[in-house]
Design a protein around this ligand. Structure first.
Ligand SMILES: Cc1cc2nc3c(=O)[nH]c(=O)nc-3n(C[C@H](O)[C@H](O)[C@H](O)COP(=O)(O)OP(=O)(O)OC[C@H]3O[C@@H](n4cnc5c(N)ncnc54)[C@H](O)[C@@H]3O)c2cc1C
Length: 376
């Protein structure tokens, strides 16, 4: 008998998991993917859009091209999840599963930072990046803040990339001398998992005159005074605020009883939640690992292996906790770290120093996913 797999969300985790099950089972797979959007956008494309490297239209990858044997794609918004019955409500209908996988990513909680929606510019959503692009075009003097409102947040190096790209953008427009840039991060270093990459970022900030404030987050914006208030009470004036809002799992996950403190607790090696045959992968899961696409993919590999082992016997391969963090340095250089959190006794980190030639790595990263998931 077929076993029904219900995958909630078609991001990095959901698409990779469905692809792996389709590869293994072909037409006998019984996978339903429920996703609210009509197109996928890589996280890093948002920064490309914000700084005018790409258009919104060019970075959209329509799901009509996500076609796999044994996989049904349903474009609906999920409104309720019952992890005990493994039943999901979406678009007014209900879906039942033998295996349920939460791959819904992280939502942005703008309201958690008073003043952010009113006077700041978040660049973590596609729409926010598009709006930030317009705002940037009109910014030519005064203090700019790139600020983060909470931890954990997606792609730990993204705010650093944003600050360096802002420097490059203002320099090219000939107005850098009239602007200051401050980066506020709630981390102990720009990339805690890679001391080498952190060191390269700190050096780049020093060279470009970007002020770095570590171990702090932005608690509120006061639009009347054009002032950002940090969690240690520091006040910083701004003329431009580019923000990473606080994150949490989407509302239906919060309401389902699956989440604790904003995230879904799982067993790190198996990605199982406390509910039988219910898994959580990617940004939604409380793994403690970086919230990045490649880590969602390694979690997807572990869950595919677990489901296939339960269906056909054999051993499941545990979560490797492997992934790469790619970092734009704003001047055309790209550096990255290949990270392996779980296969050995301690974190292994391989550093690739920033270089212009390194950009080819990111091009390959994107092209391989476009080919694998969308046949492009
Ligand atoms: C600015 C920025 C830069 C980044 N750069 C990188 C990078 O260079 N490399 C990298 O690896 N990662 C990067 N990331 C992080 C990366 O995008 C995420 O970590 C990754 O997308 C997580 O995958 P996921 O499958 O867990 O969630 P997602 O990819 O977010 O997928 C979740 C899906 O669930 C859907 N969904 C949510 N709620 C509902 C609902 N109620 N009903 C139906 N569907 C729903 C969403 O529409 C979404 O498609 C970046 C992120 C940002 C914001």
């Amino acid at each position: 008998m077929k076993s029904r797999v219900l995958v909630l969300g078609a991001g990095f985790g959901g698409m990779e998991l469905s692809t792996l099950l389709s590869e293994a089972l072909g037409e006998t797979a019984d996978v339903t993917v429920i996703e609210k959007s009509d197109a996928f956008v890589f996280g890093y494309s948002k920064i490309d859009v914000m700084f005018g490297r790409e258009t919104l239209e060019a970075v959209r990858l329509p799901y009509r091209n996500f076609v796999k044997p044994g996989v049904r794609f349903v474009q609906e918004t999920i409104t309720a999840i019952d992890p005990v019955a493994r039943r999901v409500t979406a678009g007014g209908g209900t879906y039942e599963a033998d295996f349920l996988v939460i791959a819904l990513g992280a939502d942005l909680d703008l309201a958690a930072t008073p003043g952010l929606a009113e006077d700041g510019n978040e660049f973590y959503s596609v729409a926010g990046a598009g709006r930030a692009r317009e705002v940037l075009a009109g910014f030519s003097k005064g203090p700019a803040i790139v600020g983060v409102s909470g931890f954990p947040f997606k792609c730990p190096p993204a705010p650093s990339e944003c600050a360096l790209m802002l420097h490059d953008h203002l320099t090219k427009r000939g107005v850098r001398g009239a602007c200051e840039i401050t980066l506020v991060l709630p981390l102990s270093s720009p990339m805690p998992a890679s001391p080498d990459l952190s060191g390269a970022l700190v050096a780049a900030f020093a060279e470009t005159g970007i002020r770095l404030l570590l171990g702090r987050s932005v608690k509120a914006l006061e639009p009347g005074r054009k002032t950002a208030v940090l969690d240690d009470g520091t006040e910083l004036p701004y003329a431009l605020y580019l923000g990473t809002p606080k994150h949490q799992v989407p509302q239906p996950v919060l309401a389902s009883g699956l989440a604790e403190n904003g995230w879904v607790p799982i067993t790190l090696r198996t990605l199982e939640t406390r509910f039988p045959d219910v898994y959580a992968i990617g940004d939604a899961a409380a793994t403690g690992l970086p919230k990045a696409g490649s880590f969602a993919e390694s979690a997807a590999r572990a869950v595919a292996s677990s489901i296939l082992a339960k269906l056909g016997g054999g051993e499941a391969t545990p979560n490797s906790g492997t992934g790469s963090c790619l970092v734009e340095f704003g001047d055309g250089r790209l550096g990255w770290a290949d990270l392996d959190f779980l296969t050995g006794p301690k974190l292994k980190s391989i550093y690739h120093a920033p270089s212009v030639a390194g950009r080819a790595h990111k091009v390959r990263f994107g092209a391989s996913r476009k080919a694998r998931w969308f046949g492009l």
